[in-house]
Design a protein around this ligand. Sequence first.
Ligand code: HEM
Length: 205
Amino acid sequence: MSQSHSSWLNCRVKYEEKIQMYGLVNQAVQDLVVTKFGEKSWQDVLERSGVKETQFISSQSYPDQTTYDLATAASEVLGISLKDVLIAFGEWWVLDTAQKKYGHLLKSGGPTLRDFLLYLPRFHSSVEIIYPDLKPPEFEVEEAAPGHIILHYFSDRPGLTWFVYGLIQGLGAFHSVEVTIEIRDYKDHGADHDVFIIRWDQNPG
Ligand code: HEM
């Protein structure tokens, strides 16, 4: 069992009912599975997860555990590690969900990857205008050098390191930049919070 998987399970009691997430996240998991693997696979994921809902409403809140159960079931049904499910979901979130449904918000983050990453600590305050009960992530950003940013990610939610990794890859692709990402500190391995070292070529080609 992977570290992040066991961390989710350990946190089950604490998180089961308390923290909730808007349904657009579960909708995006559904879109990803249906688009890449087909409707039948999604039905298998739903059944395996034990989640009772068959449709999610974007503006309604669901326990975090629902989302974690869907991701775990997707990993088991599709035969993909949980890490790879989370990375794929992060990329999908930026390149499909955010781009199609919240393109104006994504653009408001700035015209370049650098601008977007520097704005990230404040990004979800725009999202809160649409989703007022949002429990957003917290970010801190340090610009170490041109094309070199250190991103600190804080959250009460466990096990989302690889989701953030996928989000950063998606943001790179959105801005047509090839990023390399190193995880310097890993919360699931005992660090205070996750720290990502992000690098990209300032003058590609
Ligand atoms: C337009 C785009 C976006 C929208 C509409 C959006 C919305 C949301 C929503 C609804 C949640 C679930 C939290 C809740 O319901 O309480 C969430 C969580 C999260 N978002 Fe965004 N988001 C967007 C873009 C991004 C981007 C670009 C990042 C980049 C790193 C990001 C990072 C995260 C993370 C890490 C979480 C997990 C929450 C946690 O750590 O506690 N989001 N977002």
